[in-house]
Design a binder for this molecule. Structure first.
Ligand code: RB5
Length: 142
């Protein structure tokens, strides 16, 4: 599975730690930046990740900023993106099972790195349940 990952300066540290983990777990990762802790604007990194998922270049996106909200709001401007903000494993599981989220958004300033790793693993290994949830997901588009 190909994964697009990106985030701003607040997410850089966790992104740097997550990439080798993802590769160890067998995923192919494209890093859309940022590449250090210098202050940047999160949309500059959220849009490329969203575009990579929307185009099919990558199947899943992972975005990280301070609250996880800036990158999620930006990614959700893209028609084919369903980005979910996630702060624990249960939410990670539910946004895959019920919402068919294709982008995981995490708040680096409010979760530990260990939590971020567990959330990521859960998100990537949980399937969409379909059924009544498919009908609801179809109704999201406007
Ligand atoms: C950066 O300071 C911070 O605003 C950003 O990482 C994010 O939390 C925005 O939603």
């Amino acid at each position: 599975m190909k994964i697009a990952i990106g985030g701003d300066h607040a997410g850089f540290g966790y992104k740097k730690e997550l990439i080798p983990k993802l590769e160890k777990w067998g995923y192919t990762v494209t890093d859309f930046g940022t590449s250090n802790e210098d202050s940047v604007d999160y949309p500059d990194f959220a849009h490329p990740v969203a575009q990579a998922v929307e185009s099919g270049e990558c199947e899943i996106g992972i975005l990280i900023c301070g609250t996880g909200n800036g990158v999620a709001i930006t990614a959700n401007k893209h028609q084919k993106i369903r980005a979910g903000l996630c702060w624990n494993e249960e939410v990670a599981s539910l946004i895959r099972q019920h919402n068919d989220a294709n982008v995981l958004s995490m708040p680096a300033r409010f979760i530990t790195l260990e939590e971020a790793e567990k959330i990521t693993k859960t998100f990537l290994t949980t399937a969409f349940e379909g059924g009544r949830h498919a009908r609801r997901v179809e109704k999201m588009i406007c």
